[in-house]
Design a binder for this molecule. Sequence first.
Ligand code: URA
Length: 248
Amino acid sequence: MDVRLQKVIADSGLASRRKAEEFIAQGRVTVNGQVVCELGTKVDPSGRSTIADLLPGVHVRVFPVGRLDFDSEGLMLLTNDGELAQLLLHPRHHVPKTYLIKVKGMLAPEHIDALEKGIMLDDGRTGPAVVKKVGKATENSWLEVTIFEGRKHQVKRMLDAVHHPVLKLKRVKFGPLTLGDLPTGHYRYLTDREANAVRELARERQDVQAGGGQARARQARVKRARAKWARNTRSSRQRNVSPKQVST
Ligand code: URA
C-alpha cells in the first residue's frame, strides 16, 4: 500500500511529520537511492522493519542518535530530547563511538598505524582512530575501533581503504554508555547515572564549543577595535589631535 513519504518517516520515529516535510523539501531524503523533493510523494513501505518495531510499549516519539548500517548491530541511543541528540551528533563534539569488528585477513602494523593517523576517504581525511587488536581467527581478525566522527559507513570505508573489508560490525560503546550484555533487538532505559553522564558529556562539549565561540568573538572585537583605533589615528593625525582610547 502506498503511503505519503513524510508519514513513513514520522512513523519510523526519525522525525515529526513536519520535520520530515522539511527534510524532504531540503532534498535530504532518498528513496531507493534517488533524492525525492516532492512533498506529495507516495512510497510502499513494505519490507524492512524499523527501530520503531523494536519498541513495543514505548509511546513517546524517540529519535535514534546517529545511525547503524542495516547489516550492523549494537548500541543505539534513543531519546525524545532532540536538542541532546543534536549535541551528541555534532561533528565538532567528537563523541567517541567504539565498534567491535571482524575483518578479513590479518592487519599489518602499518595498517593499524594508518588507521590511527587518519585515512583519506572520498569525503576527506578521517580523524585518528584508536585501534586495539582483540583476537584472531585463522583467516580473520577481531578489532576494537574507536572513532570520533560519524560519517556514513565510516568504519567499513576505513577498513576497505587498508584492504581488510569488515565482515561484522557491532557498536559496543557510545560516549559514556556501554552495550554490555543487552541482547540484539532488545532495549532498556538508561539508569539515572547513565542519563546524567550523557547529559554531562553533551554539556561539556557544548561549553568547549561556546568557549571557542567566545574566543572567536573576542578576536573579532579586538580586530574591530584595532581597525577603529587605526582609523581614529589616521583622522586625528589629519586633524592633529590624539586618538581616543578604544577598549576591547
Ligand atoms: N561505521 C560503519 O561503517 N557502519 C556502521 O553501521 C557504523 C559505523
